[in-house]
Design a binder for this molecule. Structure first.
Ligand SMILES: Cc1cc2nc3c(=O)[nH]c(=O)nc-3n(C[C@H](O)[C@H](O)[C@H](O)COP(=O)(O)OP(=O)(O)OC[C@H]3O[C@@H](n4cnc5c(N)ncnc54)[C@H](O)[C@@H]3O)c2cc1C
Length: 389
């Protein structure tokens, strides 16, 4: 598709993942002219566990039932499947999706809101002019007043405008595991979090309609992820019967080293900005939240209010990400101790569940865990539930 010629868009959004599609929706709904472009052809897949937390769904304010694979109302919390605790939330704390379907839904909503979408269109370069900017794309130039980079962890916009090295990443590896229906049924609607699933990190098993998504991640990075994933899977007898395993690796951005999110008319969102929380590697919520804050700043600016996107990030998001980093340090540095004392402790694991659901903030969780330290350090809570056989 060619761009409508001669138009100057209020906003050009590069990348139609959760950050870009959500921002395009919010700005288009606020009456802005928006061009949303993505180099991929949608629906496209994205390496991701596809765990969408309840707080993300609340932020989206969208019925995702049509694409929901499983509503997760419980978790099996374990240490290397040697001991475990079953945590029933009593509500759906999140939803398992396929990113191809989830992202397509968000893109359709952005288009329905009035954003002009151009697929298979790659960002190439940007030139700032006095009152606007010109974005060079694989389909020709496009003029706009603001450019929002939502083009993921390897953001080409970020590299052009902010240079290299702004965002620090760690690798994560996942696989799709096909199993007989009877074995899948045993996992039900519970997600497995294995807090010894990888050295200084965790392993996950996320149930989908017709397969399991399994993976390993450490906020400290780490090498030999294929070996780590294979050892993780070997600890679950139910997974040994699997068919061929295809693994997919990708980077998770955990740090924006200079705390830089805007330059001139350009702003960074989601993975492009390095906005993923360290504790579980959850990025979809932070991509959506950064989009919501960018939209709020845009709308405030037009109303004459001096409230920048960077200020909003510093106020509402970055302190939470810092607290998540401290929690991750505690949880993964002393893995087995943390499992017995923190993860198995009902009061503390309720706080962790609250993080996913959105009932608890990371700072609140950190403070409450620290205040309760004398009790949980003195008394380890024994694991109660049998392993997954
Ligand atoms: C193994 C793994 C498992 C994960 N599991 C989870 C999970 O279960 N739950 C969770 O919340 N998070 C998870 N994450 C993190 C999550 O996937 C990301 O944080 C999230 O996708 C970020 O969204 P985004 O919109 O910023 O970027 P993306 O979703 O990466 O979207 C970026 C878009 O930009 C497009 N693009 C890239 N370059 C260009 C270009 N030059 N021109 C035009 N378009 C371009 C891409 O095609 C893409 O569509 C996981 C990550 C990994 C690696």
């Amino acid at each position: 598709m060619r761009y409508p010629t001669g138009a100057t868009y209020d906003a050009i959004v590069v990348g139609a993942g959760p950050a870009g599609a959500h921002l395009a929706t919010l700005l288009a709904r606020a009456g802005r002219s928006v061009a949303l472009l993505d180099r991929a052809r949608f629906p496209r897949d994205k390496v991701c566990g596809g765990g969408v937390s309840r707080k993300s769904i609340a932020l989206l304010d969208l019925d995702i039932t049509p694409i929901a694979h499983k509503w997760v109302s419980g978790a099996f919390l374990t240490f290397q499947n040697r001991a475990g605790v079953i945590k029933e939330f009593g509500y759906a704390a999140g939803c398992m999706v396929l990113r191809s379907e989830f992202d397509q839904l968000l893109l359709e909503r952005a288009r329905a809101a009035g954003a002009f979408y151009s697929g298979e269109t790659a960002f190439l370069d940007v030139r700032e002019q006095s009152d606007s900017l010109v974005v060079e794309t694989s389909r020709g130039p496009l003029r706009g007043r603001r450019l929002f980079a939502a083009d993921g962890v390897a953001s080409a916009v970020r590299k052009k405008v902010f240079g290299r090295g702004l965002v620090g990443t760690v690798p994560a590896l996942e696989a799709r595991v096909e199993l007989p229906e009877s074995t899948l049924a045993e996992f039900g609607d519970r997600a497995v979090f294995d807090f010894g699933g990888m050295p200084r990190g965790y392993g996950w098993i996320f149930p989908k309609r017709d397969h399991l998504n399994v993976g390993v991640y450490s906020p400290f990075g780490g090498s030999g992820l294929a070996r780590q994933l294979s050892s993780f899977l070997e600890r679950y007898p139910a997974l040994r019967d699997r068919g061929k395993l295809t693994t997919f690796g990708y980077a998770i951005p955990l740090r924006n080293s200079a705390g830089l999110f805007e330059r001139g008319r350009v702003a960074l969102l989601g993975d492009a900005a390095g906005l993923v929380e360290c504790l579980f590697g959850e990025g979809i919520y932070f991509a959506l939240k950064s989009a919501a804050l960018a939209a709020r700043a845009e709308i405030a600016r037009a109303g004459g209010e001096a409230l920048s996107y960077s200020q909003l990030l510093r106020r509402e998001l970055l302190p939470e990400l810092r607290a998540a980093w401290l929690l991750a340090q505690g949880l993964y540095t002393f893995q087995e101790f943390a499992f017995r004392h923190l993860v198995c402790n009902d009061r503390i694991n309720r706080l962790f569940a609250g993080l996913i659901a959105g009932d608890t903030g990371y700072r609140e969780c950190l403070v409450k865990a620290l205040l309760a330290a004398p009790a949980w350090i003195a008394r380890p809570a024994p694991p109660r539930d049998p392993v997954i056989s």
